[in-house]
Design a protein around this ligand. Structure first.
Ligand SMILES: Nc1ncnc2c1ncn2[C@@H]1O[C@H](COP(=O)(O)OP(=O)(O)OP(=O)(O)O)[C@@H](O)[C@H]1O
Ligand SMILES: [Mg+2]
Length: 304
């Protein structure tokens, strides 16, 4: 079943208007504001615990609006778990997350959905494209849940990631790299304030990796905050700051952009911090060597 025609777009928007009149979707989740902070994102001693496994282990991190942050670390180190928590798709077992000054644990399901829809653009490691919808329809679906469907705009977003010619194909008819770029177009279509990208270039060749990095540079230049998980040292080096996880524990933090570091410190930003006593963990105020064990690996495709 496909829907790539004008009448279907009109039907989607009409259905949307109906839904809008019947649903009270508030955007006023402004209670419980964490006072006195300019940070877009604040993680306060968060852990995610599965049985004996600490997938994320007592991590504190602040990210100001407009920063480009990379999260690196070997497979299983907790990167996706952390992204799911930041992206309001999972809750930490301990600790607190605040986005735009609002503590996520205090929001109800509707308010969390609003944050996901209005603030965040997600590029998933596993894509999660709807298999029976074409590339452009997958992008339009994100428009539908956000506001109004506009097929022309969706096509332009696909053109932006070099996929104009593949717009009317189903995900199953696209290569891994093409599906990844549909996922990126879908994440960016609603102009999110915060982009969370989990291995966004893991399946891309050099040319398409450059297209995506240029796109991120353009968005960062416009003030978008970007948090990217990557196994690729080149992609990580484009970020202003990198943090490294190992077994859920923060083991390193380094700045690639000195000006950004100064601005961060001047605005009251503190180093990322782990309170965990795990071996190799970074403790507050203690410098730790930052070396990237995943430098050569582009492993996203292998863990699918
Ligand atoms: N739902 C779950 N239940 C139990 N354990 C889980 C669950 N989700 C993740 N884990 C475990 O938590 C750890 C961190 O997983 P995560 O997916 O965050 O790693 P990652 O750093 O993203 O790895 P990769 O680079 O391979 O994508 C892994 O050991 C994983 O097996
Ligand atoms: Mg992962």
């Amino acid at each position: 079943m496909t829907m790539n025609n004008a009448s279907t777009v009109a039907t989607m928007n009409a259905a949307k208007a109906d839904t809008a009149t019947n649903t009270t979707v508030t955007n006023t989740a402004t209670t419980n504001t964490a006072k006195g902070s300019d940070m877009l994102l604040e993680l306060d001693h968060i852990s995610k615990i599965y049985g004996d496994l600490h997938a994320v282990d007592d991590l504190s991190l602040t990210v100001p609006e407009g920063e480009w942050l990379a999260i690196v670390g070997s497979s299983g180190s907790g990167k996706t778990t952390l992204m799911n928590i930041i992206g309001c798709m999972d809750a930490p077992s301990r600790g607190s997350v605040a986005l735009e000054g609002r503590r996520l644990e205090d929001l109800n399901a509707t308010q969390l959905a609003d944050v996901r829809k209005n603030v965040i653009g997600l590029v998933f490691q596993k894509f999660y494209l709807v298999p029976h919808l074409t590339a452009v329809e997958n992008v339009m679906m994100a428009q539908y849940y956000h506001s109004v469907v506009d097929e022309q705009q969706a096509l332009e977003a696909l053109d932006h990631v070099g996929l104009k010619d593949r717009a009317h194909h189903l995900p199953g008819e696209l290569s891994g790299g093409e599906q990844q770029r549909v996922c990126i177009a879908r994440a960016l279509i609603n102009h999110p304030k915060l982009i969370l990208a989990d291995e966004p270039t893991g399946n891309l060749d050099e040319t398409n990796e450059r297209i995506v990095l240029d796109l991120f540079r353009e968005l960062h230049g416009q003030g978008t905050t970007i948090i990217v998980v990557t196994h690729d040292a080149l992609v990580a080096s484009c970020a202003e700051r990198e943090i490294m996880l190992n077994h859920g524990v923060l083991v390193g933090e380094r700045w690639n952009d000195e000006q950004a570091r100064l601005a961060y410190e001047q605005s009251g930003g503190r180093p990322a911090f782990t309170g965990s006593s795990a071996q190799d963990a970074q403790h507050e105020g203690t410098a730790v060597d930052f070396s990237d064990p995943t430098k050569k690996a582009k492993t996203a495709g292998l863990s699918e």
